[in-house]
Every structure is written in structure tokens, then in C-alpha cells.
Design a protein around this ligand. Structure first.
Ligand SMILES: C[S@@+](CC[C@H](N)C(=O)[O-])C[C@H]1O[C@@H](n2cnc3c(N)ncnc32)[C@H](O)[C@@H]1O
Length: 307
């Protein structure tokens, strides 16, 4: 359990504001944000947004990106997580448009991370969508990248060098390998538990009333790799505070903006329940469940056997 005093200090350095991000951004101190990590509305008509013409939706972000560049510290980053906007059955991958918006104001792309998940709607007139992307930009070339805290276990840790000065020595890194730009992080924990526990959706450890919340693990990776203790993490579309919890877990300061007061209330409650140890969280790096084939739901139904 984390130390109480530490949490008190941490909670003092937490700031959640209810309001419109496009207005609130101007109140943030220049060069103060070390990492912006967020998922904006995708303009697809979720309960928290009104659909607009795509060009109008995107134009709101042009001024925002400009302000964000000013508010980001010299060593700072942006991780911008988006999926697709769909109009009349035509797919517009939003990262294509956001890349230009951020590049035009001066941010430099370091990775386009593919976040792959297995849960989602089954499409009938195109392939089912099973990934979204995170555009990771830095403000300058002078940025930190902490690889060690996010290394993942190597597939073949016993591999040895077969030539050169290190011949015969283990060739990998004892802390594991680089997690690459392809992240398989489950969006919803029922993906791995549905096999055994019916209706687990309602009991999912991180699920709240919010329709599109981040898995905390996804935010943790970005925070650990791109910031250091006491750095300021910012989420301009806070939702129910997943990025705030990940910041608290790793002793970062936090600022979040959100239009919906009910979501902010939930975000505060989640942060406090993390602080008192009662929040259920899927642990960082927990492997995604693979069915063994023995589960009833992973067997071919009797009726299909002769098809
Ligand atoms: C995709 S969700 C983010 C969810 C968040 N990542 C989480 O884990 O809970 C986008 C959020 O942005 C909020 N929002 C939409 N427009 C906003 C605006 N102009 N200013 C602030 N928040 C806004 C919505 O209410 C919604 O909660």
C-alpha cells in the first residue's frame, strides 16, 4: 500500500476543472505541461458530443494545438489517442488529420502507436475495427524516453550472441525488451473473463458509466516512458479520470479539464478510492487471457460440426 503522506501530497497537486477545454487551455501557465495524454471526442455522436461537419470539428483543434504547444515544456510530449470518424459508411482515420494539425504548430512525431484490442462491433460491410492509434509527439529533440520501466518480457531471454566480443553471452536485456509500437492492451476486462463468468461486463474492475474510458494500463505506459516523478500530466478531456489515476500511481502532478460535472465527480471518487486502496485495477503487464480450448464457449457448437 502506498504511503498516506505521499497521497496527501499528491492529492494537493491534483487539479480537476469543469469547463470547456478550448477556453480553459489559455489559463494554463506557459511551458508547464510535461505530458498531455488524452482521447478527444471522435465526433461520432457519443452521449457527450454533438456531431459536426468533419472540417468544422477539426478546425476547433487548430487553435487548441497552437496553445498546447505554448503550454508544453521544452522536454514535453503529447500522446493523442484517436480512432475513426465514419460518415455515410466512409471511414476517416482521425490520426491522419490530427497529424497535420500538430505538425503544423511545431510538434514532432516520435511514434504512431497501434493499440490493438479484440472487443468491439462486428462490421458487416467492411472489416471489423480492432485498433486505434496514439500519436506520440514531442515538442523538441530534447526529450526524455525511459525505456526500462516499460520493457516487456523477451520471448527468448535465453538467446546468446554467436559472434563478436560478446560471443556466448546473453544477447538481450535482463529487464526485457522494447514493447514496440504495437500495443495489445485489452480495452475491457470482460474480454478475458467472459469465458468463465457470465455478465462480467457489469463487474468489470475499471468500468464506470462512461462509454469510452481509457484502460489505466495504456496511460501508465505513456507516463512511465515520457515523464519523471513530479512532472505535470495533463488530460484536456478528462472523462472519468483514468489518466489522473495513472498519474497518481506514479507520483506525477495532474491537471484535467472536463465539460461534464458528473464525470468529474466520478473521476474524483476513483482517485480517492485508488488513494485508499479500494479501486480495482487491471495490473500493468498482466498477460491477455488465451482460451485453452477447454472452455465451453471456445468449442465449436454441436450444430456447426457438419457444416
Ligand atoms: C473519449 S472521452 C475521454 C475519456 C477518458 N479518456 C477516460 O478514460 O475517462 C472524451 C471526454 O471529453 C469530454 N469533452 C467533450 N468536449 C469537451 C470540451 N470541449 N471540453 C472538455 N471536455 C470535453 C466528454 O465529456 C468526454 O468525457
Amino acid at each position: 500500500m502506498p504511503n498516506d503522506q505521499l497521497f496527501k501530497n499528491q492529492l494537493n497537486s491534483y487539479d480537476f476543472q469543469i469547463g470547456n477545454t478550448f477556453e480553459l487551455i489559455d489559463k494554463v501557465a506557459d511551458s508547464s505541461i510535461d505530458l498531455t495524454i488524452t482521447s478527444p471526442p471522435y465526433n461520432i455522436g457519443k452521449v457527450y458530443e454533438k456531431r459536426k461537419e468533419l472540417a468544422k470539428y477539426l478546425s476547433d483543434y487548430e487553435g487548441f494545438a497552437k496553445s498546447l504547444f505554448k503550454k508544453t515544456s521544452d522536454k514535453g510530449h503529447v500522446c493523442w489517442e484517436v480512432g475513426n470518424y465514419i460518415e455515410n459508411g466512409e471511414v476517416y482515420p482521425l490520426d491522419i488529420f490530427f497529424y497535420d494539425i500538430f505538425k503544423d504548430v511545431g510538434f514532432k512525431l516520435r511514434n504512431r502507436i497501434v493499440w490493438h484490442f479484440e472487443h468491439g462491433l462486428h462490421a458487416s460491410k467492411r472489416l471489423s475495427g480492432r485498433y486505434e492509434t496514439i500519436l506520440w509527439f514531442s515538442k523538441s529533440d530534447n526529450y526524455d524516453f525511459n525505456l526500462d520501466p516499460i520493457r516487456v518480457p523477451s520471448k527468448y531471454p535465453g538467446k546468446r550472441s554467436w559472434k563478436g566480443a560478446n560471443k556466448g553471452k546473453p544477447s538481450g536485456n535482463p529487464l526485457g525488451k522494447n514493447p514496440s509500437d504495437f500495443w495489445r492492451i485489452i480495452e475491457e476486462d470482460w474480454e478475458n473473463e467472459i469465458w468463465n463468468i457470465p455478465n462480467v461486463k457489469a463487474n468489470h474492475p475499471e468500468k464506470t458509466i462512461h462509454p469510452c474510458q481509457f484502460p489505466i494500463e495504456l496511460v501508465q505506459r505513456c507516463i512511465l516512458a515520457l515523464t519523471n516523478e513530479n512532472d505535470l500530466v495533463f488530460d484536456p478531456f478528462l472523462g472519468v479520470g483514468s489518466s489522473a489515476i495513472a498519474s497518481l500511481m506514479h507520483n506525477r502532478r495532474f491537471l484535467g479539464f472536463e465539460l461534464n460535472a458528473e464525470y468529474v465527480e466520478i473521476a474524483k471518487k476513483r482517485v480517492l478510492s485508488y488513494a485508499n486502496g479500494s479501486l480495482k485495477i487491471r495490473p500493468l503487464g498482466k498477460p491477455v487471457f488465451q482460451p485453452t480450448g477447454r472452455e465451453k464457449v471456445s468449442q465449436v457448437p454441436e450444430e456447426w460440426k457438419n457444416i
